[in-house]
Design a protein around this ligand. Structure first.
Ligand SMILES: Nc1nc2c(ncn2[C@@H]2O[C@H](COP(=O)(O)OP(=O)(O)OP(=O)(O)O)[C@@H](O)[C@H]2O)c(=O)[nH]1
Ligand SMILES: [Mg+2]
Ligand SMILES: [Zn+2]
Length: 304
């Protein structure tokens, strides 16, 4: 790891941030012990998942360059970062609470734009899955190469292959409030209560402070980031070229569109529309593209 040079002397100890508030954080040592540390104005604000060094006074000294950041849009279209340096975003959906039309498309776009591998987890498979979107699109997603696995927390054995998918990686659990993220975490990490107990002793706060993202250590290596549930997940204001990175399967067609800045709406010579009409691209993805593109208008009044 390269930590940028600074005038302040570093202790040389490299730590992993497991939780961060506006002015303090908690980091884990390589042996698992937790250390609370204050930020300094010049050292920046770390995110859970950041690799950091503390100075000799025990305050934040430097943050290592990030490989990626996962975040969400706030109501004004600004990107609010949630966690850094992730290998995987686990997008949990369930029949209850039913996801909105585009929740999964937005999460998948955010992961692709930020260069993080997505994994779709359909939880609560003991309940009947509705034949509406996104459940009727899951096969289509799989054909496009997205990984979909099914889990059930009410039957302890029904975690399927999830343990193998998280081992050794840093994965973030994303999804609506109530889909079962914490239940999955509890099933994957038998000593989760001990971990959250240790964390609350360090911070002096109760165990139910899941208003921020928290990293939990997997027993066999790797980390799981629990995030506070959201009711709706929104993207942030971005250029349409960036949004297109969120639809990676469009790329090979988009470069053949007549216009370089083609938005694949109704332009002549659009290869993405042609591929959709011929069935090479599934219609549900092109329709989602058009809706997410339209959503972006709210951040750009008057612009097309
Ligand atoms: N039927 C059924 N219920 C489940 C399953 N998994 C979790 N639940 C229930 O769903 C409810 C919500 O589960 P949580 O794990 O708290 O959901 P969460 O995603 O962590 O919610 P937030 O913390 O609010 O974001 C609880 O009552 C769980 O018992 C499942 O596989 N099947
Ligand atoms: Mg939870
Ligand atoms: Zn086009």
């Amino acid at each position: 790891m390269t930590i940028p040079a600074s005038n302040t002397e570093s202790t040389g100890k490299h730590l992993l941030v497991v939780q961060a508030s506006s002015n303090r954080g908690v980091a884990a040592d390589s042996d698992g012990s937790l250390i609370e540390f204050p930020f300094r104005r010049r050292s920046g604000r770390p995110l859970p998942g950041d690799r950091i060094a503390l100075d000799s006074a025990g305050a934040l000294h430097a943050i290592a360059p990030r490989t990626n950041v996962f975040g969400r849009g706030d109501p004004r279209g600004r990107l609010k970062p949630i966690a850094a340096n992730l290998d995987q975003v686990i997008i949990v959906i369930a029949p209850e609470p039913a996801p909105s039309r585009d929740l999964l498309h937005r999460y998948l776009a955010a992961a692709a734009i930020q260069g993080i591998q997505p994994l779709i987890v359909v939880n609560k498979t003991d309940l009947a899955l509705p034949d509406t979107a996104p459940f009727d699109e899951l096969e289509g997603f799989q054909e496009l190469g997205y990984e979909v696995i099914r889990t059930c927390c009410t039957h302890g054995t029904a975690l399927d292959c999830l343990p193998g998918r998280v081992a050794g990686k840093t994965s973030l659990m994303a999804g609506q409030s109530g889909v079962g993220k914490s239940s999955l975490l509890n099933a994957l990490i038998p000593d989760l209560d001990l971990q959250t107990g240790a964390l609350s002793r360090v911070t002096g706060k109760g165990t139910h402070t899941t208003t921020t993202a928290i990293l939990h250590r997997l027993l066999d290596g790797g980390w799981l980031v629990d995030t506070p549930g959201v009711w709706e997940y929104g993207l942030w204001a971005m250029a349409f070229e960036t949004l297109q990175q969120g639809f990676p399967e469009f790329a090979e067609y988009a470069r053949r569109c007549r216009f370089r800045n083609c938005r694949h709406q109704d332009e002549p010579g659009c290869a993405v529309q042609a591929a959709t009409e011929s069935g090479d691209l599934p219609a549900f993805r092109h329709q989602a593209w058009l809706r997410l593109l339209a959503e972006q208008q709210r951040y750009r009044p008057g612009k097309r």
